[in-house]
Design a protein around this ligand. Structure first.
Ligand code: PLP
Length: 398
């Protein structure tokens, strides 16, 4: 047999075999070994010098434990394949991957435009770190504002998230990236919602794709991790130097778990989508529900863009209660038995979370004041999920 990855160009096949180890002496394991180390040994001073030199010239060569060896490189290769990029960088969390991009591309006096429905901790990074460094983030509403008119001479980054992670606003990425490109401004997209499987932002003109691998890529609620995939050697150089300066590293065991998660990403996401669609449709017909947010529903405002740009929908569904206040929303999530109460998502299990009202007010696309509950629809039998929601509605009728 030829090397894995040569059988087909189809995405699922490429993802399954990306980063597979080469055979040695005619045999070997399916999976890359977990290579833990804190340092790298060299055969000679000449070899050490040569490798340091190649690394300094931009090659992906480990000269120290922090850079990661076989396991890390296999995961980076698989992520690069997944996102259709040039090179991937691993980070210890999704948030640190975001901070890596912001610190890698922005400096004192620089300005960045950020979509207003962005993952909320980005605003905290802005307030606690970026402002102190003289970096200005400006939040804009992609649906209401003209991006072109907001780009300034000192704008160095457009930062987007699509769909957003509370109300799943779908952005017109090809239009936004075309505007930024025409002005020479790189575009980063937080692509966590799609797991990298249902959307490849780099194919729609973005330059960096960010993943909280903690979510669908790891897929089992047992790893914290992030990744940045870049589209060019020039951006790889910028991100590599920030990555090195920040000392970011990921343990080999966690890199292994993320790679293992990637192998089943397409099948898990397909089931999340089926289950979530069933729950979203059920909620839509429920008299206690005012509105459902799920881009795969034809009634969702982002549906047309989603259909054009995405190949599927993940397991996140939000809904606004019809009537009731924050205490009713709290009673509802307390009444759930199968859905755990908690942040995050992307594991095999179902979760519920009340969307903080102050966060919703930051999104100009929706200004309703009914409480919003976000569900992550896991891989349980959807009949059990519907039964759990049903009993919670009955217990907490408005
Ligand atoms: C969870 C999440 C992150 C942050 O990932 P962590 O690994 O939890 O730090 C970033 N972006 C989005 C959209 C997320 O959902």
């Amino acid at each position: 047999m030829s090397a894995p990855g040569h059988h087909s160009d189809r995405a699922a096949t490429r993802l399954l075999h990306a980063g597979a180890p080469a055979l040695r002496d005619g045999a070997g394991p399916v999976n890359v070994p977990v290579v833990r180390t804190s340092t790298v040994r060299f055969a000679s001073q000449q070899e050490l010098d040569a490798r340091h030199h190649r690394r300094a010239a931009g090659e992906r060569i480990a000269t120290y434990g922090r850079h990661g060896l076989d396991t890390h490189q296999a995961l980076e290769d698989a992520l690069t394949t997944l996102e259709g990029g040039h090179r991937a960088f691993l980070a210890p969390s999704g948030l640190s991957a975001i901070t890596l991009v912001l610190l890698g591309l922005l400096g004192p006096g620089d300005h960045a435009l950020v979509s207003d429905s962005v993952y909320a901790p980005v605003r905290r990074v802005d307030k606690t770190l970026l402002q102190r460094l003289g970096i200005t983030l400006e939040y804009f509403s992609p649906a209401h504002d003209d991006l072109d008119a907001r780009i300034r001479p000192e704008t160095r980054l457009v930062y987007l998230e699509s769909p957003s992670s509370l109300l799943f606003e779908v952005l017109d990425l090809p239009r936004l990236t075309a505007i930024a490109r025409a002005r020479g401004v790189p575009v980063a997209v937080d692509n966590t919602w799609s797991g990298g499987w249902f959307l490849q932002p780099l194919r729609l003109g973005a330059n960096l794709s960010i993943q909280a691998s903690t979510k669908y890529i790891a897929g089992h609620s047992d790893v914290m991790q992030g990744a940045v995939v870049v589209d060019s050697p020039a951006l790889a150089e910028r991100i590599a130097s920030a990555h090195e300066a920040l000392g970011l590293t990921v343990g080999a065991d966690d890199a292994y778990l993320a790679l293992r998660g990637l192998r089943t990403l397409p099948v898990r996401l397909a089931q999340h989508e089926r289950n979530a669609t069933e729950v979203a449709q059920w909620l839509q017909a429920h008299p206690q529900v005012g509105r459902v947010f799920y881009p795969a529903l034809p009634e969702d405002p982002g549906h047309a863009l989603w259909r054009r740009d995405f190949s599927g929908a993940s397991g996140l569904v939000s809904f606004a209660l019809r009537g009731g206040d924050a205490s009713r929303a709290a009673a509802f999530v307390d009444a759930l038995r199968l859905f755990a109460l908690g942040a995050s998502w992307g594991g095999y299990e179902s979760l519920a979370l009340i969307a903080a009202p102050e966060r919703l007010r930051e999104h100009r696309s929706w200004q309703g004041d009914a409480p919003v509950i976000r569900l992550h629809i896991g891989l349980e039998d959807p009949r059990d999920l519907l039964a759990d929601l049903d009993q919670a509605f009955h217990l907490t009728l408005a």
